[in-house]
Design a protein around this ligand. Structure first.
Ligand code: NAP
Length: 356
């Protein structure tokens, strides 16, 4: 459990890094054929003239699973994994216990390495380079790397993930996985009969706090204001739960512990006074941000800032562009769900190519 030196983590997905280079598969552009407009720019000349069937951007569970499906459909996908952190958030976890198929659990990095190797086994070209820009207009999409080279594809699958917001206070990164968590569903189990706190005043924070009462002895909700923004029904449930105590007008200003979380410092947002609160666990639920910077001006986004997709599909507002994983998911944010949506994206891309 968290609370011992052994770090155990969850499959909450902060998937995908950003991205890389291209080759393999696809259709060679003939001299007088479908050479896309603008492909003769200096940047384009540095890249390849192959039009790939599928370029996948982001190497978390969604991207890798999309690659497995696309590769098995003989689409010779190219997957741009981050040059710095391929594999997404699970690369930073240790034991993953809730990904189906692993009775005794599996280490996060091993899981991601395996899924990546599975994608490569069927012919995925994984490239550890960073994508900087996308041009999604036109039938041939352009993926532009940090080195300026341009890579072309009939379809693009975006699986760039999301990032939980951080408090940005001392001790937060160091004790992440040692008592500090961003996922109650994943890690709540480790806090049986412990004293824990949730930070935030939205639906996520209250939902996490309510869920955590099934394990914990006591659950504090630390909120920076004197009212919640969460829905009335969630507030009612939280107020009625005898294990929950709300600490209003409070900000976490420091997170302390030797090898595991021991206490936090709370600062009163009205009078500036400070006090310490001993804790075994701290769950941070102050929202998350999908990684949409590269596409926010090209694709329709949802109210929550995720890439909008049509119904249960992965189709974005631009034909030939599909999205999967946390970048389309404001709600669940689990590795297994991201993986499933990666499969959907590959099937949608395959169908799109067949009908081109
Ligand atoms: P959210 O609604 O944006 O709430 C974030 C909370 O964190 C707010 O209370 C905010 O405080 C606080 N916060 C933000 N930055 C902070 C910081 N640096 N330090 C301390 N506190 C900070 O995010 P969410 O709760 O993740 O919900 C996201 C969306 O999903 C919402 O639309 C929500 O309704 C929905 N959702 C629905 C359900 C459900 O229906 N069951 C469950 C979960 C989420 P302030 O209030 O002071 O701004």
């Amino acid at each position: 459990m968290i609370g011992t030196k052994e770090r155990k983590m969850s499959t909450n997905t902060t998937t995908g890094g950003l991205f890389g280079n291209a080759a393999l598969g696809g259709v060679r552009l003939g001299a007088a054929s479908t050479k896309p407009e603008g492909a003769s720019t200096p940047a384009a000349e540095q890249g390849e003239q192959t039009v790939h069937n599928v370029i996948i951007v982001g190497a978390g569970p969604a991207g890798y699973t999309a690659a497995i499906y696309a590769a098995r459909a003989n689409l010779s996908p190219v997957l741009f994994a981050s040059s710095v952190s391929p594999g997404g958030a699970l690369m930073n976890t240790t034991e993953v216990e809730n990904f189906p198929g692993f009775i005794e659990g599996i280490q996060g990095p091993e899981l991601m390495t395996n899924i990546g190797a599975q994608a490569e086994r069927f012919g995925t070209d994984i490239r550890y380079q960073d994508v900087e820009k996308l041009d999604l207009t036109g039938e041939v999409k352009k993926v532009i790397l940090a080195d300026g080279s341009v890579h072309l594809a009939k379809t693009v699958i975006l699986s760039t993930g999301s990032e939980y917001r951080k408090l940005g206070v001392e001790g937060e990164d160091r004790l992440s996985g040692y008592g500090v968590s961003w996922c109650a569903t994943c890690d709540g189990f480790f806090f049986k009969e412990k004293d824990i706190a949730v930070v935030g005043g939205g639906d996520s924070a209250l939902e996490e706090a309510l869920f955590l009462t099934t394990f914990a002895r006591k659950v504090y909700i630390i909120h920076r204001r004197d009212s919640f923004r969460a829905s009335d029904i969630m507030q009612k449930r939280a107020f009625e739960n005898p294990k929950i105590e709300v600490l209003w007008d409070s900000e976490v200003s420091a997170i302390d512990g030797d090898s595991n979380l021991e206490k936090v410092t709370l600062k009163n947002t009205k009078d500036g006074s400070e006090r310490e609160l001993p804790l075994n666990g701290l769950f941070i639920a102050i929202g998350s941000d999908p990684r949409v910077d590269m596409v926010k001006d090209q694709l329709t986004l949802s109210e929550q800032g995720t890439i909008e997709v049509q119904g249960r599909s992965s189709k974005t507002s631009v034909p030939g562009v599909f999205a999967a994983g946390d970048v389309i998911d404001p709600t669940y944010r689990q590795a297994i769900i991201a993986a499933g949506s990666g499969a959907v994206a590959a099937l949608d891309a395959q169908h799109y190519i067949e009908n081109m």
